[in-house]
Design a protein around this ligand. Structure first.
Ligand code: PHE
Length: 455
């Protein structure tokens, strides 16, 4: 059977942006930027985007396209010995998918809760632990599941399966909505945030540069880590998406478009997040520095706390809660299903199984695996897996990928693949990024990571 293809270049770009732009932009970036020097963080971030993000993104797209195969298959066609690197990415993708889908489930619960917005009457932290996670005795209660999380998880997996059930044909039809809608919703939230009293205070927190942070290696590590997570690279996703391009498609411009669109949305999300936190600081008297700005707490506790106090009475609260959680849902769904699509592509390319059946079965297995994060101790597991998968593991994959491809196979030859069918050719800078900059940075980060964690 002929391999499926994206219906058009725009569809492919939308799907790749859809995968890249996810919760990582809305919740991970603003908090990380704030912790790592505010406005000054934009410097390591853009350096990471240009020296590792875009070069690796273009590389992954081009090998997927050239070999018309998911990550393990494409790497095996470069050199049989590289196949395992692809599987490593696939396994990582599976771990991420297992917890990402649980976060998606929480988002679904919050969309439902938005209609009555309980954060109007009680503390948002109690809504999260009490109404959603249904934790009775502290966060790490191991006892069983929260029924509403399990129901939302099944709904979430059903939505993911539905979007990818016919492979890229169905993905192509969905991504128009899941890319444009969250951007519109984000626009509404930004306008609302920056017109709230106190918002400028929040924004100056977000953007005031702390230049001294640029000397801190952890800040650079955070920038590179954020770029990889946010661009969905190193997880085999972009190789899979590239493999559905026609062999005569170009990738160099597309990688730039995807990379810059993702960075722009991350940067803009900070305005919505910190503008709102500034408002919350003003009305609650809690200093912004004492609030939680990162990860799950920002999205599910701090932000709803602010939502509960939006001007405009209960209608205003309900409206903005819906806008916020629908934005998170539409942001997350196309990232979540892109992970599954990459895993399915790898498996189907390897074993030649029927794609639609494999999709169904792998979604069922994924759903069962994600149940571990849907237990009441899920938050605890999620934290461990998130740190392990995103910190050391990702950097290690990146390092091995650069060594295998840039050194053993040869960056120059790969650049030849990359520059096929385009007038926008990457120069020697690309070889330098893949052969020297990326591996050195990966190594440096791994060593510091090991040293700090072994102490
Ligand atoms: N890029 C997505 C985001 O920013 C997350 C993601 C990571 C998606 C890994 C797929 C794989 O949220």
């Amino acid at each position: 059977m002929a391999r499926q293809q994206w219906s058009s270049r725009q569809t492919f770009i939308m799907a790749a942006i859809g995968s890249a732009v996810g919760l990582g932009n809305a919740w991970r970036f603003p908090g990380i930027a704030y912790q790592n020097g505010g406005g000054a963080f934009l410097i390591p971030y853009f350096v990471a985007l240009l020296t590792a993000g875009i070069p690796l993104l273009a590389l992954e797209l081009s090998i997927g396209k050239r070999f018309q195969s998911g990550a393990p298959g494409a790497l095996a066609k470069l050199n049989k010995k590289f196949e395992w690197i692809g599987w490593w990415g696939v396994v990582t993708a599976f771990c991420i998918c297992a917890y990402y889908s649980v976060v998606l489930a929480w988002v679904i619960d919050y969309v439902g809760l938005s209609f009555r917005s309980p954060w109007m009457e009680k503390a948002a932290a109690d809504v999260f632990t009490g109404d959603v996670l249904q934790v009775s005795s502290g966060m790490f209660d191991l006892g069983g599941f929260s029924p509403i999380v399990v129901i939302a998880l099944v709904i979430g997996w059903f939505c993911m399966w539905y979007c990818i059930r016919h492979g890229v044909t169905s993905v192509g039809k969905i991504v128009k909505y899941t890319v444009i809608l969250p951007v519109i919703l984000l626009g509404i939230l930004i306008v609302r945030a920056v017109t709230l009293p106190g918002s400028w205070e929040g924004l100056s927190y977000y953007l005031t540069p702390d230049w001294s942070k640029l000397l801190d290696v952890n800040v650079w590590a955070a920038a590179y880590g954020q770029i990889f997570f946010s661009l969905s690279i190193l997880f085999s996703i972009m190789i899979a998406y590239g493999s559905y391009l026609s062999k005569d498609a170009e990738v160099t411009k597309d990688a730039m478009i995807i990379g810059f669109a993702d960075a722009a949305i991350s940067f803009l999300s900070g305005f919505a997040a910190f503008g709102t936190l500034g408002y919350l600081a003003q009305i609650s008297g809690v200093a912004i520095s004492d609030m939680s700005h990162t990860g799950i707490m920002l999205a599910f506790v701090t932000y709803p706390e602010a939502l509960g106090q939006m001007p405009g009475g209960s209608l205003g609260v309900i409206l903005f809660s819906l806008v916020f959680f629908l934005m998170l849902f539409t942001l997350a769904i196309d990232s979540a299903f892109s992970i599954m699509e990459a895993i399915i592509t790898a498996v189907v390319d390897k074993f030649g199984w029927n794609k639609e059946k494999t999709t169904l079965w792998l979604c069922v297995i994924g759903c069962l695996a994600s149940l571990i994060f849907a237990t009441r101790a899920g938050l605890y597991w999620l934290d461990i897996v998130d740190h392990f998968v995103n910190d050391f593991n990702l950097i290690a994959i990146g390092f091995v990928e650069c060594l295998a491809l840039g050194w053993m196979f040869g960056a120059k030859k790969l650049r030849g693949y990359l520059n096929e069918n385009t007038d926008f050719k990457y120069g020697v800078w690309w070889d330098i990024a893949i052969k020297y900059i990326c591996p050195v940075i990966f190594l440096f980060i791994s060593i510091t990571y090991l040293i700090t964690n072994l102490q």
